[in-house]
Ligand binder design. Structure first.
Ligand SMILES: [Ca+2]
Ligand SMILES: [Ca+2]
Ligand SMILES: [Ca+2]
Length: 127
C-alpha cells in the first residue's frame, strides 16, 4: 500500500490509534535519533513529526487520553530520560517532566490505578 523510509536505528515498536478522530487509524513510531512520527494509516502521509529535545526515542510510546478531552495523547520516554505527553492530534506538548534520575528502558503503561477515571502513567526505571 505505502512505505516510508524512517531512517536508521528503530528500537521501538509502533503503536496504532485514531489520533485525529477521523475514523482512520494512525501509526506512531519513534526514531532513535530524531523523535516521533505519526502517519495517516490510510495513505502513509505524515500527520505530524515531533523532534524530541536532546535525543531520540528508543521506547515504544503509549497512547491514551490522559487529560480526558476525547483526543488520544502520546506518552513518550526519550533517551535523555524525559517523560513527555503530546496531544495526539497536533503534537502540541501537554507537559514535559524534569529529568528522570535513572535510565528508563521500558515503555510507559497507562492504567487508572486509583479508579478516579484518570489514567496514571507507570514507567520502570533502571537503578
Ligand atoms: Ca485518524
Ligand atoms: Ca487527550
Ligand atoms: Ca487514576
Amino acid at each position: 500500500m505505502w512505505k516510508y523510509e524512517i531512517g536508521l536505528n528503530l528500537q521501538c515498536s509502533l503503536v496504532v490509534g485514531d489520533l485525529d478522530d477521523d475514523g482512520n487509524l494512525e501509526i506512531v513510531i519513534g526514531n532513535f535519533y530524531n523523535g516521533m512520527y505519526a502517519f495517516n494509516g490510510e495513505d502513509g502521509s505524515i500527520l505530524w513529526e515531533y523532534k524530541v529535545r536532546i535525543s531520540g526515542v528508543s521506547c515504544t510510546p503509549a497512547l491514551g487520553d490522559i487529560n480526558n478531552d476525547g483526543i488520544l495523547d502520546v506518552i513518550i520516554v526519550n533517551n535523555a530520560e524525559f517523560l513527555c505527553a503530546l496531544n495526539g492530534k497536533n503534537e502540541s506538548i501537554l507537559w514535559n517532566t524534569t529529568k528522570i534520575t535513572y535510565h528508563c528502558g521500558s515503555s510507559p503503561a497507562l492504567v487508572d490505578v486509583d479508579n478516579d477515571n484518570r489514567l496514571e502513567i507507570i514507567v520502570g526505571l533502571e537503578a
